[in-house]
Design a protein around this ligand. Sequence first.
Ligand code: ADP
Ligand code: MG
Length: 286
Amino acid sequence: MSTQTTREPTIDAPSHPEQSPRSEQSADSGQAPRSGLVEITNVHKSYGADEVLHGITLRIEPGQVITLLGPSGSGKSTLLRAINHLETIDSGSITIDGEYIGYERRGDQLYELREKEVLERRTRVGMVFQNFNLFPHLTALENIIEAPIALKRATKAEAVAKARVLLKRVGLSEREEHYPRQLSGGQQQRVAIARALALEPDVLLFDEPTSALDPELVGEVLSVIKDLANGGTTLIIVTHEIGFASEIADYVVFLDAGRVVEEGPPAKVLRSPEQARTQEFLDWVI
Ligand SMILES: Nc1ncnc2c1ncn2[C@@H]1O[C@H](COP(=O)(O)OP(=O)(O)O)[C@@H](O)[C@H]1O
Ligand SMILES: [Mg+2]
């Protein structure tokens, strides 16, 4: 469990960047201002005539761990993908530390950025997918060093040294030469987490990171995520693992049919929800 003091997401409009908490120093560290503030404001998204996000507003403080729950089709993946601009949005805004990932503002209008600029900005947000999405033709180590080298963030030697530290952190030092097909699902997902960390993102998104795993492999991946929860990176985790959510989340958001139905601390939302739909979902999932 994170020991940082965190604020709860609010439904306020985003504050002016100069006034936002990212410019505050954390009370115990005395370090540089923390980054990883995610502000999602009145986001709407449709696929054709089908509106799947109906005005989502959430504010996630730097270093906060939030879990996003909701039935299949409620818009969880769409929201995560919108955060790092793998999806466009129709209206509203999403910023990381006051900056758009896929857009720039000119006057009152947002304009989509070019692919190259999006790629550069997107590196602030790491993503871990349900099906790992490792490059099958690259070893564990090569998967991790690929982006830092391609983006010229590190020399090959630097990237390799760092990848080894990351592999150690996820408990896979012995597996650096293994290809994805030679690794279990849990090991592949841990490589994917190491890969996501290689660019030192301010925000990490997890889209059902354990739901493709055999039950006996779930624990090893959750324990790696738990370790990250103490590390100061903002984590947004879509999961059906309610026990895990209640253990590590600072804040829980329940989404249904593209709307935030209920949000609050895990003790509240997961143990005594106010909304019948939340309770129904919990009864079904537990
Ligand atoms: N690329 C797409 N094209 C059309 N409809 C989509 C697309 N992606 C998602 N949807 C629809 O949007 C809704 C929300 O999907 P999704 O965000 O994947 O939900 P969740 O992750 O909560 O299961 C669903 O009705 C889904 O069918
Ligand atoms: Mg999904």
